[in-house]
Design a protein around this ligand. Structure first.
Ligand code: SF4
Ligand code: SF4
Length: 193
């Protein structure tokens, strides 16, 4: 190209863009769905009867490169059981001011307690509101679920839960009232949801 055309060629992109249809996204009035594997807000999952999958092991917190997760585990008791096995996550916080959505915490979780949803509207007008507590992260109760604490389903062990054999129908009012009797057990890595 001759040198004298250089300044004119520089406007080529400008002129070409002037005649293209504008791609204006009308967010937030019109929200586009994300890709299915988009890393959005986290979720702490439950078993089918409502017991929590989190065992308070802190592996997610240790895996997080942004130090965005804080976990305090505690022991389940005979009268107050939040998860199958020995321990549960008593305090669980994710700081969305720090989270970079990398998903390493999900990879580290041995019980598939932690997954990520497609929810991306994580904004606030103050810092405190962006530290999500356990109650904001726990999966909603579905019709067959009973909110923890309650006993494990009769006849099922913690291993049965980890293998995913529990169903919501086993969490009867009777089992919710009875103390838990199953011994504590460690989960297997990569166990079923
Ligand atoms: S997605 Fe990444 S940055 Fe966010 S909490 Fe998990 S490990 Fe930390
Ligand atoms: S790694 Fe999973 S089970 Fe362990 S504290 Fe985190 S969410 Fe809970």
């Amino acid at each position: 190209m001759p040198e004298f055309l250089g300044p004119i060629a520089g406007f080529g992109v400008t002129f070409a863009t002037m005649f293209k249809k504008a791609e204006t996204e009308l967010y937030p009035e019109e929200k586009k769905p994300t890709e299915v594997r988009y890393h959005g807000r986290h979720q702490l999952n439950r078993y089918a009867d409502g017991l929590e999958k989190c065992i308070g092991c802190e592996l997610c917190a240790w895996a997080c490169p942004a130090d965005a997760i804080y976990v305090e585990g505690a022991d389940n008791t005979e009268t107050e059981r939040f998860s199958p096995g020995e321990r549960y996550g008593a305090v669980y916080q994710i700081n969305y001011l720090r989270c970079i959505g990398c998903g390493l915490c999900v990879e580290a979780c041995p019980t598939r307690a932690l997954t990520m949803t497609n929810e991306y509207e994580l904004a606030g007008d103050n810092r405190a509101d962006l530290i999500y507590e356990k109650d904001a992260l726990l999966a909603p109760l579905e019709p067959d679920m009973t909110a923890a604490p309650h006993a494990m389903a009769p006849g099922l062990s913690a291993e049965d839960y980890y293998r995913g054999t529990v169903t919501g129908h086993e969490a009867t009012a009777e089992s919710a009232a009875e103390p838990a009797v199953e011994p504590a057990a460690e989960p297997e890595a990569g166990s079923a949801r």
